[in-house]
Design a protein around this ligand. Structure first.
Ligand code: KG4
Ligand code: ZN
Length: 337
């Protein structure tokens, strides 16, 4: 079964053709990052306008690269939640129009479920149940993936998401948006024991995260140095901060795995590209857990992951009518249509 998948929840206009949830026939991403960089973050209205301009070309290229025509497509999957509402609406309305014009079923797909599904592409043998750490620019969740479309969040951030925490700290050091990527690279050349960072815990909720204190600590450190006219040892700050954020993520994730008895661990979302997170999990999981991580090209937003999850949503009968709407906030456990 071939699914045409469309993603427009944030700042990438993406489309893909995926066969049986696992085989990627095409995966086209048009990124707006360079434009948002000028403003230090995603400007929602600009994002919507760029999606509107790019979507026809991106979908067309995805179909052509897959060497098929619309006739060969069996269903249309689209990210309907969560994300920037104006951005989501572009993809949702485009997919609705295509579904109405062609008579192909319309499959709404949750963005975070799709991030998890990027692992089904990278690891053909991976099947639920497993425990997943979903870390993106907007979310930090520990999710029990009980089945392909049955999920339960057992840990979440109380304030900033991990990606946001990286981006905000990077911004304070003058690293352009999205700073998480660059901060990771700079940290590779720094001394991670140069600065002592807090290790925040959320009382009574051992799987929840809180990054705002950590973010404030690093911003204060930078401001203090600036006020004293001292040079900021950027690589050392990046390395110390990255170690602290990654420590919070791995501690809670592995505690949850042990408490709940999961042996199969998976990571997903933009921050799953973080090189220290990947190295640390590989080290900590060796001989104890089966660890799965998406290939780096599938960590960020893309259409292929929507096609992967869309396949399982389709099999579960999650097909929308023509009144499908976009939703800015939707728990991963809910269908929302
Ligand atoms: O999943 P994603 O592409 O978009 C959302 O759904 O939010 O995640 C984007 C986030 C950004 O905050 C970006 O800085 C972060 O993922 N990110 C990273 C790395 N690559 C992307 N953070 C740390 N290290 C990285 N290598
Ligand atoms: Zn994402």
């Amino acid at each position: 079964m071939k699914i045409l998948a469309i993603e427009s929840s944030c700042d990438e206009t993406a489309a893909a053709v995926v066969e049986d949830g696992r085989n990627v026939l095409s995966n086209i991403v048009a990124s707006q990052v360079e434009e948002h960089k000028l403003y230090g973050g995603v400007v929602p209205e600009i994002a919507s306008r760029r999606h509107a301009e790019a979507i026809v070309g991106v979908v067309d290229e995805a179909i052509k690269t897959a060497e098929c025509t619309l006739n060969d497509i069996d269903a249309i999957a689209v990210t309907h939640a969560p994300g920037l509402i104006g951005a989501l609406l572009v993809g949702v309305n485009f997919a609705k129009g295509l579904s109405l014009a062609t008579g192909k079923p319309l499959v709404p797909t949750h963005h975070l479920r799709s991030h998890i599904a990027s692992n089904y592409i990278s690891h053909k043998e991976l099947k639920p149940p497993f425990l997943c750490l979903v870390v993106s620019g907007g979310h930090s969740h520990i999710v029990e993936v009980l089945d392909y479309t049955d999920m339960r969040v057992i840990g979440r951030t109380r304030d900033d998401a991990a990606g946001e925490a990286f981006d905000k700290a990077a911004r304070a050091m003058g690293i352009p948006y999205p700073g998480g990527v660059e901060l990771d690279k700079i940290a590779e050349n720094g001394d991670d024991s140069a600065f002592v960072m807090p290790h925040p815990h959320v009382d009574g909720s051992p799987y929840d995260f809180s990054f705002s204190g950590l973010k404030t600590a690093v911003i204060n450190l930078i401001h203090n140095k600036q006020q004293k006219g001292e040079e900021i040892p950027v690589a050392d700050v990046c390395a110390s901060y990255r170690k602290a954020v990654v420590g919070c993520l791995t501690d809670n994730f592995l505690k949850a795995a042990d408490d709940l008895g999961y042996k199969t661990l998976v990571i997903a979302g933009g921050v799953s590209a973080n090189s220290l997170l990947r190295r640390e999990l590989e080290r900590l999981c060796k001989g104890k857990y089966n660890l799965y991580m998406p290939e780096e090209s599938l960590c960020g937003d893309n259409g292929a992951m929507v096609g992967a999850q869309g396949y399982y949503e389709y099999l579960a009968g999650n097909i929308a009518e023509s009144d499908l709407n976009a939703i800015a906030t939707l728990p991963i456990s809910e269908r929302g249509f």
